[in-house]
Design a protein. Structure first.
Length: 141
């Protein structure tokens, strides 16, 4: 396994959610045809040995999901209404793939930061949410 293998598996799992876009390359901005959009951020990790000769890496991946631009005149319930079904669908997709299709040798840990109206991408504010995906990798090399 490798960081890039886990990254790809997270993107592949996110792509199973109906209507969620997961572009291969990060766009400069999110146009309406790219929304809702999920991107993977490789977060902090801890490297070490679990036992003599057995390497281990604990890493956090962040999956921000940008759902809809924050629009003047819309109330807070408008953004929340757009986000809630997708929040549930993304969570369900990862619960259905706890080892990311066999990429991990133990189940991932999943948490979310709730629905927010202050997510920025390309200078624009969006309604959305973030999942934190904690994984343990035991590299073979």
């Amino acid at each position: 396994m490798s960081v890039s293998t886990i990254y790809d598996a997270i993107m592949a799992t996110a792509r199973t959610v109906d209507g969620l876009k997961c572009p291969l390359e990060r766009p400069g901005s999110l146009t309406s045809d790219l929304l809702p959009c999920a991107l993977v951020v490789v977060g902090p990790g801890t490297w070490g040995e679990q036992a003599v000769g057995l390497k281990r890496q604990d890493r956090k991946f962040i999956l921000p999901v940008y759902v809809w631009p924050l629009v003047a005149g819309e109330g807070p319930d408008d953004g929340l209404t757009r986000c809630l079904p997708l929040l549930q669908a993304v969570g369900n997709a990862f619960l259905a793939a706890p080892t990311l299709g066999g990429v991990l040798d133990q189940s991932l840990k999943l948490s979310d930061g709730g629905v927010r109206g202050n997510m920025t991408y390309g200078g624009t504010l969006y309604w959305g949410f973030e999942f934190a995906i904690d994984v343990v990798e035991k590299p073979t090399a």
